[in-house]
Design a binder for this molecule. Structure first.
Ligand code: NAX
Length: 327
């Protein structure tokens, strides 16, 4: 058995936390030979609810769960953390302008970035789930000068998984037969779920579906799936979001499958003409805990337009948080 690693989770008493913590404790994220110490951060009023979640974690009797810390102090939650999943965020409320939303989230992600910079493991892998995830990741990253910017990522994996399942349903082929799916850009309605490289049982996906379905059905269904779930369930996606977070971290820690790739929101290095520094969804492979952008893909005119539109939205968000002095 390996030595335990420390996994920090923020917003741990929330909906996503309620699924996520149990998946991490069970070994789904880091493997069945990897004990974990959970370091859970919540706002002070939610600590009581969190203590109930901790009782349930204890009652799970997970052999890999080597300890649980609960706190309302980021400096405690992130101390020596090897992995940090930043789930807690300020949701958009009715009538809230984007500037208000970004400013409220700046109040969360700036101090969390600073705390990670000071006390986390020097190799910490950070995943931001809380929305607006890409720009929250940028805020945390820009306030963590002692860490490598590449250590900060945002979650587009739920969109990636939604795209796999939509294509699977359309073609009648299992999800496992689908390779090389990509979500480019922002985790928002401007995201671009790209089938141009995707294969189903080795056949190009775009030979199996028509362009009209791709443009008018597939892309909007994936991009608006979150709203459809709120409409049906009365609350936003939680278990599927937790599952996607587990997938993202597992692949980052343990590597991607040969001959395939996954989508991660990562700092752009300028690849594919994406403005440098934006936290943007790219196709990536992972080896030895390091991700690399898949290079050399042909970008059609259709793809170019979609990729630029979502980049433009992220540039606007970046300009807004710059103006607020958050980055
Ligand atoms: P909940 O409102 O159920 O839980 C959020 C929790 O975060 C609450 O318990 C709250 O007390 C806590 N929190 C707030 N500020 C905090 C702080 N400064 N430090 C620590 N904890 C804090 O939301 P939930 O459904 O769990 O969703 C969490 C976030 O994930 C939201 O921002 C949501 O929009 C986002 N999502 C992101 C997705 C993605 O694909 N990137 C998909 C699912 C989800 O919508």
């Amino acid at each position: 058995m390996k030595n335990p690693v420390r996994v920090a989770v923020t917003g741990a008493a929330g909906q996503i936390g309620y699924s996520l913590l149990f998946r991490i404790a069970s070994g789904s994220m880091l493997g069945q030979d990897q004990p974990v110490i959970l370091q859970l951060l919540e706002v002070t009023p939610a600590l009581k609810a969190l203590s109930g979640v901790v009782m349930e974690l204890q009652d799970g009797a997970f052999p890999l769960l080597a300890g649980v810390v609960t706190t309302d102090d980021p400096m405690v939650a992130f101390k020596d953390a090897d992995y940090a999943l930043l789930v807690g965020a300020m949701p958009r409320k009715a009538g809230m302008e984007r500037g208000d939303l970004l400013s409220a989230n700046g109040g969360i992600f700036k101090p969390q970035g600073e705390a990670l910079s000071e006390v986390a493991s020097r190799n910490v892998k950070v995943l931001v789930v809380g929305n607006p995830a890409n720009t929250n990741a940028l805020i945390a990253q820009q306030n963590a000068p002692k860490l490598d910017p590449k250590q900060f990522t945002a979650m587009v994996r739920l969109d990636h998984n939604r795209a796999l399942s939509q294509l699977s349903a359309k073609t009648g082929k299992p999800v496992g037969s689908i390779k090389k799916m990509t979500i480019w850009g922002n985790h928002s309605s401007t995201q671009y779920p790209d089938l141009s490289q995707t294969t189903v049982d080795g056949t190009p996906a775009l030979e199996l579906v028509d362009q009209a379905w791709y443009e008018s059905d597939f892309i909007p269904t994936v991009a608006k799936r979150g709203a459809a779930i709120i409409e049906a369930r009365g609350s936003s996606s939680a278990a599927s979001a937790a599952s996607a977070a587990v997938d993202h971290m597992r692949d980052w820690a343990l590597g991607t499958a040969e001959g395939d790739w996954v989508s991660m929101g990562i700092p752009s290095d300028g690849s594919y003409g994406v403005p440098e520094g934006l936290i943007y969804g790219f196709p990536v492979t992972v080896k030895n805990g390091e991700y690399s952008i898949v290079q050399g893909l042909d970008i059609s005119e259709f793809s170019r337009g979609r990729m630029d539109a979502t980049a433009h939205e992220l540039e606007e968000e970046r300009a807004a948080v710059r103006e607020l002095g958050l980055v």
